[in-house]
Design a protein around this ligand. Sequence first.
Ligand code: ZN
Length: 407
Amino acid sequence: MKRKVVLLVCDGLGDRPIPELDFKTPLEAAKTPNLDYVAKKGICGLMYTLGPGLRPGSDTSHLNILGYDYHKYYSGRGTIEVAGLGMKLEEGDVALRGNLGTVDENLIIIDRRAGRIRDVSEFVKVLDNLEIDGVKFLVKPGTAHRAGIIMRGEGLSNKITDADPHETGEKVHTVEALDDSREARRTAEVLNKYLENCHQILLQHPENKRRQKEKKLPANYLLVRGAGFYKLVPPFSERFGLRACCIAGGGLYKGIGAYLGMKILKVEGATALPDTNIDNKFDSVKEHLDEFDFFFVHVKAADSLGEDGNYLGKKEFIERIDQSLERLLSLEDILLVVTADHSTPCSLKKHSADPVPICFYGLDVRTDSVSEFGERACASGGLGRMLGLEIMPEITNILGLSDLVGA
Ligand code: ZN
């Protein structure tokens, strides 16, 4: 059996010393015998996903970790989100994230999520496949109030502002060009016409009349944001010669997998919340060992708990990851890489640029004297300080797949 790679990304895992935890981080304070075992048998270090001082978003950091320089492959969240909805992007497309929201007759936002509407497929159907000035609009429903939108046509640009003002009580923004290019002006103009069109269609939608009778907020405006421009992305499997799949609960992470051409595996109970079924995620790796060489496994909640400042919750969630990890350690020949996409310190309640712990574990991996998986222990590890973009070259080197430089 060819060696398999499991890249486990624990979102927002890194943290800072917390006085209530005896100045340990949640990861250091957590009981993690399995992660410590991996650290002891493997090689550790600290990793900057983007670079020192750069506060990573979860999207840019994952691109770098997976070997795709965000400078080249990131142009906005829209492209990643629509890829995650299974929409096929073509070169030159502009992609946007959308919400079905509620506005009043003056276009003031009453609710950005139309009363937390559960399903927007009926509304999206009538907005899909419309064409304005030679630009086709493709729309697909996402989870709950969300939708993905693709603009397809000649001469488009993602250098445009959001229509979504991101706040209730504000008026819907007119989309504007962010530069002087003809493409940006044309994209903004066509998109404004489309959004107005959508608004008129939604106002008349029978489903909205029904909702109003039931005293529910109508879904009467498509709020768009995060425009991205799609340039061809070489699929992960071709670039690295590894058949790859993605195991994740959160839409963004499935989107990243899909954007890079990975197969998205469905996992029962994968919610991206603290109650997510981590056992099922790791079992899914085992079930698909014959089918894939590279498993990108994402676990979300350490990040959300960090954003809540909930250091005890974060510590407990890390302990849950650790318990589930045992399922993978019984596998014979895997290269396991455990890391995070960024730190989310409980004291800051947001992403920080602090480097994150990383560990490579498996047969034929060098070791160092680190015996614990944590921020301060990994600081003295054999990997030193590495960059997100150095992970994939390191993996292909350990697998013996790297090209010879020179003769
Ligand atoms: Zn993240």
